[in-house]
Design a binder for this molecule. Structure first.
Ligand code: SF4
Ligand code: SF4
Length: 324
């Protein structure tokens, strides 16, 4: 098998933890911490010089840090950095006037990435607002497929389906497909792809789904949410935006560090190198070899990562991490 490595290809900024919603499954600890624009631009610059050419935004609710989004977008455009997407709940505004002003500012700042709107039975935000957001952003950016929807699957699916169909009605569009096979909302002006993501049963979501679902995850060396510099609102940097990123074991530095230092830190972090180079299954096999028995099998690798960092004694885990 080809050797794997942690090689970040993108920066994801989480400029604020604050959010207008309080979703039942949310792990974000809402507080007043905010990323500094100046430090973020310095970091963006250093990453760009190191060959990282893509940037995206998440939260909390990133539109609560609109100045940040606009300033970093301008800086990215000046440097020729591409945009990935902004993840939003599309319901953070008081009225259409506030929405229009914010989207215009972002457009004029040069943002030309996509928008991922979270809609499902957990978010339960105003669908009227989501519909206004989608209509306005599509018109202003003049791109029929600029919005995609991210929906949690694996639990509450009938309710989520009802919500998505209701949204399609508000958009005068048609819902097609199924959550498990792929779905979309379409009309002559809009093409919205719906992506379904498994609910990672960690933190508050732990009571919503049994994490030990009877089959082992397929090793992917964190390719999904991994291989990014994920910059949290307090300036801490993680190698991924997977559900276990809160663990201090996944910290590789701060926004004050340059990419070379972050890579060196990642190289010295035995947990990170093991996960990205040998894989989580290797840790599982080693722990089982040391006599540990897991409560079951799980198909969710980020849940397993979270379990390792939160439920396995560090002494035992460290034993595997020093073994090649
Ligand atoms: S919208 Fe996102 S950040 Fe806000 S409470 Fe829901 S899951 Fe958490
Ligand atoms: S398995 Fe762990 S390190 Fe990998 S992406 Fe998930 S949370 Fe991040």
């Amino acid at each position: 098998m080809k050797p794997e490595k942690f090689l970040p290809t993108e920066i994801i900024f989480s400029p604020t933890n604050q959010c207008n919603l309080k979703c039942a499954h949310c792990e974000t600890r809402q507080n007043k911490k905010k990323l500094s624009k100046k430090k973020a631009i310095r970091f963006l610059d250093a990453c760009h010089k190191a060959g990282i050419n893509k940037v995206g935004f998440t939260g909390g609710e990133p539109f609560y840090a609109l100045d940040f989004l606009c300033r970093i977008s301008e800086a990215a455009v000046q440097r020729g950095i591409f945009f990935d997407h902004i993840i939003t709940n599309a319901s953070w505004f008081k009225n259409d006037k506030e929405l229009r002003t914010a989207l215009k500012r972002l457009f004029l700042a040069g943002y030309d990435g996509r928008f991922f709107v979270s809609v499902d039975a957990f978010h339960r935000q105003s669908l009227k607002k989501v519909s206004s957001f989608i209509k306005m952003v599509t018109k202003l950016f003049n791109q029929p497929d600029i919005v995609s929807i991210a929906s949690v699957k694996g639990t509450k699916e009938p309710e989520t389906l009802k919500i998505l169909k209701k949204l399609a009605n508000l958009l005068n569009a048609v819902f097609k497909g199924s959550l498990s096979q792929g779905a979309s909302i379409k009309n002559k002006d809009l093409i919205i792809k719906i992506f379904s993501f498994g609910l990672s049963p960690i933190g508050r979501a732990a009571s919503l789904r049994n994490p030990w679902d009877g089959k082992w995850f397929k090793e992917d060396f964190c390719k999904g949410p991994g291989n990014v510099f994920f910059v949290l609102a307090d300036g801490t940097i993680k190698p991924c935006c997977g559900y276990a990123h809160y663990s201090d074991m996944l910290t590789i530095g701060s926004i004050e560090d340059n990419p070379r230092k972050l890579m060196a830190n990642a190289g010295k972090n035995r947990f990170v190198t093991k996960i990205f180079e040998s894989g989580l299954q290797e840790i599982r096999r080693q722990l089982e070899g040391l006599g540990l028995r897991f409560p079951g099998k799980t198909s969710d690798h980020c849940f397993f990562c979270h379990y390792l960092t939160s439920s396995i004694p560090r002494k035992l885990l460290n034993k595997c991490l020093i073994e090649k």
